[in-house]
Ligand binder design. Structure first.
Ligand code: NAD
Length: 439
């Protein structure tokens, strides 16, 4: 199959590279000249484990190429994937579809032969209808073009594995010929394992993506509130999680209490779902509560640190370990660390930080934060050390060294990485999340 991938962000680049690895002929298109120039030199514009090697192998094999010229990219394609961003629209929280519609128009003006146009971006119900209308209006081809929904469920940090071994692939179209093309594109997935290909209508497919993300956001927020309850009643949230997660009806994933969800998907997708629901006057109260609770929680984590410092953070040094919204990514979009930094700085603290991959992006988003090249440098003379993101390299820190270099040997572990015994043996006072001894 000849595939054009419009947008080479986290989703487009990983999807394009994986499709080429399946054996398809893929052209990745991005209007960001800098990104394409980097990719042509095999420099990845994003951090994603395994991606550079995957891209290099497939470029070498002649199956993967990059261009800024959309018309050239889509010219011979059997399938054109739209994988551009759909951020929250400034002001009202609706998904900003301007990039999707602009891409659709450019595609319409460029295609010269029948093909399927596949929306991989996360888009509200009904977007496929509008993309179809744009194609009808601006394309010279009056037949043989079908608009399909194929939402992406990969997680940043494990994106290649998720793409190649998905729990399911959702395809929304009622057109049999388009289903055949999608079947052919994803056929390699059925060779070594059975990833179910779920065919459904386009609107249903669009909603599946939002329902999935909203459900996961609810699950995280649920355990975070249970963590607060644990602290109040002297229970341990990690054991509660295990106790409920072993029940197969519940499942153990997404039951880790922490500083609240962030990232480029859950915050914007929960909001967009609420906007869709509002437009049709069908309130989604559980998701509404989730959004509110999560928003409040991020700043509350800053207050938790201040409380651990004895209630006064003025002039205190606080070292944050981890800034990205989760490990193995450089993505800082809507990371809880941003609200934590703001809460600490508002209380007069001096914030220092270290993150393995996120500091370059973080520098543009926060002010007056001192960045350090490793956790030990960040923690020097700190009155509190706060683990915000559970990067692997924070799981085996030399705790005695960290404690000795700090001023007060206070560790606030917002990811519950360290057992209290281990931290105390290293000389730390430990404050976790949802732990019986938490202050
Ligand atoms: P991103 O912002 O990282 O990348 C989008 C890319 O599209 C950018 O490089 C931009 O330059 C390019 N672009 C925009 N308009 C273009 C055009 N007309 N022609 C060519 N290129 C264009 O976005 P992302 O994180 O990859 O997300 C893309 C979509 O996938 C979003 O709808 C998102 O919600 C969804 N999604 C993201 C994830 C994730 O983990 N990031 C997971 C699942 C789904």
């Amino acid at each position: 199959m000849r595939i054009a991938m419009i947008g080479t962000g986290y989703v487009g680049l990983v999807s394009g590279a994986c499709f080429s690895d399946f054996g398809h002929q893929v052209v990745c298109v991005d209007k960001d000249v800098r990104k394409v120039q980097l990719l042509e030199k095999n420099v990845m514009p994003i951090f994603e484990p395994g991606l550079a090697e995957l891209v290099a192998n497939n470029v070498r094999a002649g199956r993967l190429s990059f261009t800024t010229d959309l018309a050239e990219g889509v010219r011979n394609a059997d399938a054109v994937f739209i994988a551009v961003g759909t951020p929250s629209r400034r002001g009202d929280g609706h998904a900003d579809l301007s990039y999707v519609f602009a891409a659709a128009r450019e595609i319409a003006e460029s295609i010269t032969k029948p093909c399927v146009i596949v929306t991989k971006s996360t888009v509200p119900v009904g977007t496929g209808d509008e993309v179809e209308r744009i194609l009808k209006e601006f394309s010279l081809l009056k037949q043989g073009v079908t608009v399909v929904s194929n939402p992406e469920f990969l997680r940043e940090g494990a994106a290649i594995e998720d793409f190649k071994r998905p729990d399911r692939v959702v395809v929304g179209t009622d057109d049999e010929a388009a289903r055949d093309i999608m079947r052919e594109i994803y056929r390699p997935l059925s060779l070594n394992q059975s990833a179910p290909l779920l065919f459904t209508s386009r609107r249903t497919s669009e909603l599946i993506k939002y329902a999935a993300n909203a459900f996961l956001a609810v699950k995280i927020t649920f355990i975070n509130e249970i963590a607060d309850l644990c602290e109040a009643v002297g229970a341990d949230v990690q054991e509660v999680s295990r106790g409920i997660g072993l029940d197969k009806r519940i499942g153990s994933k997404f039951l880790h209490a922490g500083p609240g969800y962030g990232g480029s998907c859950f915050p914007k997708d929960t909001l967009a779902l609420l906007k869709t629901a509002g437009d049709v006057e069908v309130p989604q109260r559980i998701v509404e509560a989730t959004v509110q609770v999560n928003e409040a929680r991020k700043r509350a984590m800053g207050r938790k640190v201040i409380k651990a410092l004895g209630g006064d953070a003025h002039g205190k040094n606080v070292a944050l370990l981890g800034l990205t919204f989760k490990p193995n990514t450089d993505d800082m979009r809507d990371a809880p660390s941003l609200a934590i930094v703001a809460a600490l700085q508002d209380a007069g603290a001096n914030v220092r930080a270290y993150d393995p991959e996120g500091m370059a992006h973080a520098e543009a988003l926060v002010q007056n934060v001192a960045f350090h090249p490793n956790p030990y440098a960040a923690a020097e003379n700190a009155d509190a050390i706060v683990i915000v993101t559970e990067w692997d390299e924070f799981r085996a820190l030399d705790l005695p060294r960290l404690a000795a270099g700090s001023r007060s040997a206070l560790l606030v572990d917002l990811r519950n990485i360290y057992p209290v015994g281990e931290a105390e043996r290293a000389g730390f006072k430990l404050v976790g999340v949802g732990k019986p001894r938490a202050v």
